[in-house]
Design a protein around this ligand. Structure first.
Ligand code: GLN
Ligand code: ZN
Length: 758
């Protein structure tokens, strides 16, 4: 029996074919037909992968040329006014990316993933109309190759919950407008076949919903599940438990509930009521968010546990969420260490796991064919090897975590800052930057050639040092006060450290879609983490040797490193992060011993790791603060610790930020004037703050007057003694032609303000 299920499948293609086609089309190198041809080919290939693996429930409408939320806006006819004169692909990509007349729609992260969706813009004037073209077309494409798919839709409550209204009103007020469109779509789908499954994704049900929103669930699903007798509705949630919604959904006529038992273990509490309702349960037991081989023995135990409450007949085995969040196939990982590769499982390998688990669970060991028996044996061996391999387990590292003594630095902020200002002698409104300078083609080329052994270590180092020389002398010349080396040796703020830490792995082809055609290749933590040798000291001390001014050392904090990696699942996250924090801590110490007086520990992704459930926030915050403090606990009182975060909205987390106890924090407020800074004043924040005075995300060069004005706005909220002046993020994505005049203007503006303050 193959009662199994895939929530959704990645679409970018195993060789990123879709990315390449889209980008060629956008560059006007190929016509749209070509993109469609590639898309068709990929869809077919992806369906066949699933079919061949023995998957019963395969989706259509999980494909997208850009994003499924955007597709849903098209399905509903929710087109913002400024795009209304467009149609077809022109309309679609203009909404996603903007065009010469109109700015793109906003994009933001999909729950706690690194996938970004296009935020629907709804206006009270809109009249919605159903458009089922894409849905019908994909269903028929699959049918043509003999596969009857289930059809994936994003549910109305999630859609509205993630939308914004042009007039600032409550998006849920539009439910009565869009629900008839959903009914219409379901009706049209029901005509496609006598018996059809529709998966309606409602991941918003895993959040803490207000009673008002919860009250929408029953009427919505009473309606949608009653549209047609030919249609079976699955409501699918993921990334957390959805217990409150489950309680309501069991009293609606839906056919099945899809729940995540990997990231929402608490869903187990809902089994009894699901059983009573007689609904099917799609049990998400294979992790769609990570790259580790499933431990099939353990999964079977979990399923047996579930089967104590729910009849086996009513269980379907699935992925925990769409496989969109995992890379495609291990077959292209030709350079990876074989032992490590044995521990991994990407999308295609997960299909086999799900298939095997379902055979084993429903039919038992004896009924397995030989090839399945071998697969099962391999799975056992891989999991065993992970438990014992010396590549993973390092007693010394584990002991270091166990015997942690110094978990925070000496002295409180007031004493520290006095000492620091005596030694560092910077003025009020001290100027600095966030770390990186433009990544030019030359430095990218040098890094690439060194990696591919086309140039020698000496040649590479010379190229980097030349660039550092340039950065340092430029900063010196224009009169910046705290300098940086410019980060030419870093491709990425996490990868750079990952590459130097033991226990970190890198893939060749582990691409995961981030947004549109853009993919990222997160590194992965497979073993105990240690730092074989200093990672940044040579570069920073070299840069310091080139100037009399203070050179700021530049590191990435453990919370960000963890949030941007695939993390091992055989050890508590907290322990993994402590291992990383110790490595960073040692680096801080080596830097200060080498004479570096200011060290910045970036926590760009601090806020991204926030849990989906409010009840879990305090423990996340506690964990994150402890980690940051551990990273810098080796800093002497006179060593000044900076941190940088890519956010401007601190209202909810200001106390946590304060508790991190950094001497200086630089943040991203440039686009919001001083509005968002008021919270710092309100809570009586003591530490120093560098609110970005201009936006680096745009190529525009800010004028001196503009920056003066911005600084004066900041001074309304915080006293000059507490303020630093800097751009709002690193400059690596900008060009020198933009960076040079911008920073000059910034320094000039500070001079003017200081003069006025005299
Ligand atoms: N130091 C890093 C840089 O300047 C910080 C980047 C970031 O916050 N995303 O590039
Ligand atoms: Zn930033």
């Amino acid at each position: 029996m193959s009662k199994n299920y895939i929530v959704g499948f990645p679409r970018i293609g195993e060789q990123r074919e879709l990315k390449k086609a889209l980008e060629s089309f956008w560059a006007k190198k190929i016509p749209f037909d070509e993109v469609e041809k590639v898309a068709s080919k990929l869809k077919k290939r992806h369906w066949l992968y699933q079919k061949d693996a023995g998957i019963e429930h395969i989706s259509s409408n999980d494909f997208s040329l850009y994003d499924n939320m955007l597709d849903t806006s098209i399905m509903l006819g929710a087109i913002p006014q400024r795009f209304k004169q467009l149609e077809g692909e022109e309309l679609y990509f203009a909404m996603a990316r903007g065009d010469k007349n109109s700015v793109a729609m906003e994009m933001t992260k999909w729950f706690n993933t690194n996938y970004h969706y296009i935020v629907p813009e709804l206006s009270p004037e809109d009249n919605y109309i159903a458009n089922s073209k894409k849905i019908v077309q994909e269903f028929n494409e699959a049918k043509d190759i003999g596969i009857k798919t289930k059809i994936n839709l994003i549910g109305p409550i999630t859609y509205l919950g993630l939308s914004k209204r042009t007039d600032g009103g409550d998006t849920y007020e539009f439910l009565s407008k869009i629900l008839p469109i959903y009914e219409q779509i379901i009706k049209e789908i029901s005509l496609l076949d006598n018996d059809i499954v529709i998966q309606i994704d409602e991941p918003i049900f895993v959040k803490d919903l207000e009673p008002k929103v919860l009250s929408l669930i029953k009427p919505t699903y009473d309606k949608l599940a009653n549209v047609s007798l030919h249609v079976k509705i699955v409501v699918s949630t993921y990334f957390e438990n959805s217990n409150e919604a489950t309680k309501i959904l069991v009293n609606t006529p839906i056919w099945a509930l899809g729940l995540d038992f990997v990231h929402g273990e608490e869903n187990l509490k809902s089994l009894e009521i699901i059983e009573k309702s007689g609904k099917k349960l799609i049990a998400g037991v294979v992790d769609g968010r990570n790259i580790w081989k499933n431990d099939i023995n353990k999964t079977i135990l979990l399923l047996e546990d579930i089967a104590k409450s729910i009849k086996k007949d009513d269980i379907i085995i699935g992925s925990s969420c769409s496989l969109l969040h995992t890379p495609f196939s291990l077959k292209y990982e030709t350079k990876m260490d074989n032992e490590i590769k044995e521990w991994l499982s990407y999308t295609v390998e997960k299909l086999d796991e799900i298939s095997l688990i379902s055979k084993l669970f429903f039919d038992g060991l004896d009924s397995l064919e030989d090839k399945d028996k071998i697969a099962l044996k391999n799975n056992k061996e891989a999991n065993l090897s992970r438990r014992t391999s010396t590549k993973i387990h390092d007693k010394e590292v584990q002991n270091r975590v166990k015997n942690l003594e110094k978990i925070q630095r000496d002295g409180d902020f007031k004493e520290r800052i006095k000492l620091q200002r005596e030694i560092l002698k910077y003025k009020d409104l001290a100027t600095t930057t966030i770390g990186s300078f433009p990544q030019t083609d030359e430095i990218r080329k040098a890094r690439r050639e060194y990696k591919n052994r086309l140039i020698s270590k000496d040649e590479y180092e010379k190229a980097m040092k030349d660039y550092i020389d340039e950065c340092v002398s430029f900063q010196d010349e224009i009169g910046l006060e705290v300098l940086v080396h410019g980060e030419p040796e870093r491709n990425d703020m996490v990868e750079y450290f990952g590459e130097q830490l033991k226990g970190y792995g890198f893939s060749q082809n582990g691409w995961v879609q981030s947004y549109g055609s853009r993919c990222v290749k997160p590194p992965f933590i497979y073993g105990d983490i240690s730092r074989p040798k200093p990672m940044t000291v040579d570069w920073i001390t070299y840069a310091q040797s080139k100037t009399q001014k203070i050179m700021k050392g530049m590191l990435t904090g453990s919370v960000t490193i963890l949030n941007w990696s695939f993390v091992r699942d055989d050890m508590p996250r907290d322990e993994v992060s402590k291992q990383i924090a110790i490595a960073i801590n040692n680096e801080v110490d080596d830097l200060q011993k080498a004479g570096i007086k200011i060290i910045q520990v970036d926590e760009a992704a601090f806020k991204e790791g926030y849990p989906l459930r409010n009840s879990k926030i305090p423990s996340y915050e506690k964990w994150a603060v402890e980690n940051f403090k551990l990273c810098v606990s080796s800093a002497k009182e006179q060593t000044q610790i900076h941190t940088h975060m890519c956010y401007s909205e601190f209202n909810d987390i200001i106390k946590t930020i304060e508790a991190m106890d950094a001497d200086v924090i630089t943040i991203e407020t440039a686009r919001s004037g001083n509005e968002l800074l008021k919270i710092f004043k309100k809570v009586g924040y003591k530490q120093e703050v560098g609110p970005g005075v201009y936006d680096i995300h745009s190529p525009r060069v800010p004028s001196v007057e503009e920056i003066v004005k911005q600084i004066e706005l900041l001074l309304v909220v915080l006293p000059k003694e507490q303020l630093w002046i800097n751009p709002d993020c690193g400059l690596k994505t900008r060009k020198w032609e933009e960076v040079k005049p911008s920073l000059k203007n910034m320094v000039e503006a500070v001079k003017i303000v200081r003069e006025r303050l005299k």
